[in-house]
Ligand binder design. Structure first.
Ligand SMILES: Cc1cc2nc3c(=O)[nH]c(=O)nc-3n(C[C@H](O)[C@H](O)[C@H](O)COP(=O)(O)O)c2cc1C
Length: 202
């Protein structure tokens, strides 16, 4: 196999940086927060996944100290909302880098969490209410700050639209989640026809 090898610190030597296309497509955490002044905020984060079962812990990385990280850290709470194909345009619109309330800007309906004072997206079929458990700036292997902030939260409340639960099982593809690809406009939709099964070895 012929390979293209590069050291990221020296440049990739391609037309576009392939890293986010290689480690992709990525789950999109659609993060709902409120500032200490009460301004609602919503933005997509694809550096975002689940890291533990019990307690359930999810995290997202803010490249630059953005409003979602600032609000989550200062209020101690955030929500994670499922980004679906039906809501993809609003997901994308909510990434606008302007000082606006993205709920109003995208025409979505905020609802305050039952367990946390952070807004979730009523139109999203799944929302997780989270309490910040850890936060810190990422560093490179040299220990220098990377200018990206990691925010982890324990999930303390879960809302699931019952239409996606069949016979007591939540179906991952039922709501057609969308994932982030590598290019500036690339998204992927998850549907049941890409499902295959493999049991883990014992
Ligand atoms: C699909 C998608 C995924 C994104 N993922 C991230 C991410 O993981 N980290 C990040 O810092 N910005 C990410 N962005 C950009 C932020 O959404 C954008 O900077 C937004 O304005 C941040 O909003 P905030 O300042 O209200 O938190 C993403 C944008 C899109 C469209």
């Amino acid at each position: 196999m012929t390979t293209h090898f590069y050291e990221p610190s020296q440049g990739h030597g391609l037309k576009h940086d392939p890293m986010s296309a290689i480690v992709g497509p990525r789950v999109i955490g659609w993060i709902g927060t409120q500032s200490t002044d009460g301004v609602l905020n919503l933005a997509p984060y694809s550096f975002c996944t689940m890291f533990n079962y019990r307690p359930p812990i999810i995290g997202f990385s803010s490249v630059g100290y953005k409003d979602s990280a600032r609000n989550a850290i200062s209020t101690g709470v955030f929500t994670w909302n499922l980004a679906t194909r039906a809501l993809a345009e609003q997901v994308n619109l909510s990434s606008i880098e302007q000082p606006v309330d993205e709920f109003a800007f995208t025409g979505l309906t905020p609802c305050m969490g039952d367990k946390v004072t952070a807004p979730y997206v009523s139109e999203s079929p799944v929302s997780l209410e989270c309490r910040v458990s850890q936060h810190f700036e990422l560093t490179g292997s040299d220990g220098k700050g990377a200018g990206a902030w990691m925010v982890f939260g324990e999930v303390v409340g879960v809302h699931i639209a019952t239409e996606h639960i069949r016979d007591g099982v939540y179906h991952c593809a039922s709501a057609h989640p969308v994932l982030r690809g590598g290019g500036p406009k690339d998204y992927y939709e998850i549907t049941d026809d890409t499902l295959f099964g493999l049991y883990r070895p014992r």
